[in-house]
Design a protein around this ligand. Structure first.
Ligand code: EPU
Length: 418
């Protein structure tokens, strides 16, 4: 079994180049289906989630050519067939094949997606959107069949500003007849990146990045060239490591605006950062003030950074608090942080953290992607050796994490254990 071994206590300095955003790339790859000819996407992170999506594309008959971080997808050879659970379950983002195949072929049949077990994660809003466009949905066990004679624009109100539903409805609506309006749309930067991609292909989408997105249907989308935005969650994770162990640790190739909520929390805690046009540089302060975070949709504090940020809170003097409002089950890292020496008490969707507490290395398990990231953060600051098992979760979302951290002075390696 693969594990990550980290010997903590090292100072991190130098520069980490941030990869393309996972949560953007995982939507752009299925979206390529909508084009009539070749699409080139660059800055695609080399992580197992993007590998799994290539596998689905190839299973459908698309030609996928990957050279390092660029991916050329020729969707013209696709056959629209049922996507089996063995591949749909590999990740959450396989659900974007629903919107893309429905949009292009007016029909899709696939099994429920997989992904991190961080909550119930229903897809009722995705389906509500497809139905509003004229599709019928049938569900047998875990098999979702969605089809329409014709897709017609409509006004769709999202009860929750869901990232997945917003993107999936955009994918289904770009080739629909007439105008679709998504109200209470999610505003995350990844949504803007996907809308820009579709517009580069010839779609007419306006308002992405606001809570009202308007899509005027077109009859055809063409191939194009597009770039994935930098991963704000990967950047935020390394920035938190910098706040704990950094000496001028530079987080490079980022859009600092996407990290505003995190940077403001650093300021409250007394962590100094230097913010450049496309980088931040961060050093560990002598001590940290406690603070509270509440996860919110963008531009609020991202749920994906809640788990790594909690590690920083264990080192602040006094009581800090965390409120998780997006997912019901995002505290699975807490027992492991407590095993390492933290003093965290959870009650429902809230956690109270008393610090500072020294952390000590031990064997811990990555229960999901960001819980795994939190454990890497904790291991870097801990005394002694930490072994993190279930590393597959981490490798789904962090490109070359071992190499990137080794280059800035961490003692980290992948090992085989029994
Ligand atoms: N929700 C519903 N019904 C729906 C859709 C969502 O009730 O039809 C609920 C969810 O259960 C959740 C909330 O709405 O409680 C927000 O879910 P959302 O749809 O926004 O999240 P998602 O599309 O499942 C994406 C990212 C997550 C990230 C969230 C929030 C991808 C593949 N996943 O998930 O990323 O946490 O948005 O920003 O883009 C991660 O990278 O570790 C990760 C989990």
């Amino acid at each position: 079994m693969k594990a990550i071994k980290i010997v903590g206590g090292k100072t991190l300095s130098g520069s980490i180049r941030i990869s393309g955003a996972k949560n953007s790339a995982v939507a752009l790859i299925p979206a390529a289906i909508l084009a009539s000819d070749k699409v080139t996407i660059c800055n695609v992170p080399e992580i197992t989630d993007t590998d799994a999506l290539s596998e689905i594309l190839e299973y459908l008959g698309a030609k996928v050519n990957r050279a390092s971080e660029s991916m050329v997808i020729d969707p013209s050879t696709i056959t629209n067939k049922e996507i089996p659970s063995s591949i749909s379950k590999k990740l959450r983002a396989s659900y974007y094949f629903m919107g893309a195949l429905l949009g292009k072929y007016k029909k899709v049949s696939m099994y429920f997606p997989g992904g991190c077990s961080i909550g119930k994660r229903p897809i009722n809003l995705h389906l509500k959107g497809f139905e509003a466009l004229g599709a019928t949905v049938t569900i047998e066990n875990d098999l979702y069949k969605v089809e329409a004679k014709e897709l017609k624009g409509n006004q769709i109100y999202l009860d929750i500003a869901s990232v997945g539903a917003t993107i999936n409805i955009m994918l289904a609506a770009v080739l629909a007849k007439g105008e679709t309006v998504i109200d209470n749309a999610a505003k995350e930067p990844e949504i803007v990146n996907v809308a820009t991609f579709l517009n580069n292909m010839g779609a007419h989408i306006s308002g992405a990045g606001t809570s009202k997105i308007i899509i005027k249907g077109v009859t055809e989308l063409k191939g194009c060239f597009h770039e994935v935005i930098p991963d704000r969650i990967e950047a935020g994770t390394y920035a938190i490591m910098g706040a704990l162990c950094g000496s001028y640790l530079k987080i490079d190739n980022i859009i600092p605006k996407h990290l505003e909520s995190l940077l403001l929390k650093f300021e409250e805690m007394g962590v100094d950062t230097e913010v450049g046009e496309d980088y931040i540089s961060i050093s560990k302060p002598n001590n940290y003030k406690p603070t509270s975070i509440k996860t919110m949709v963008y531009p609020g504090f991202p749920t994906d950074l809640q788990q790594p940020f909690t590690v920083l809170l264990t080192q602040s003097k006094g009581t800090s608090s965390v409120e998780e409002t997006i997912f019901e089950n995002r505290f699975m890292h807490v027992p492991y942080l407590n095993k390492m020496g933290a003093n965290i008490v959870t009650a429902g969707n809230k956690a109270s953290i008393k610090g500072p507490t020294p952390l000590t290395g031990c064997e811990v398990e990555a229960t999901d992607l960001r819980a795994g990231a939190a454990l890497v953060v904790a291991a870097l600051v801990a005394d002694g050796e930490t072994i993190i098992t279930n590393v597959e979760h981490i490798l789904r979302g962090y490109e070359e994490i071992v190499e990137k951290l080794t280059n800035v002075g961490a003692k980290i390696e992948i090992v085989e254990i029994d």
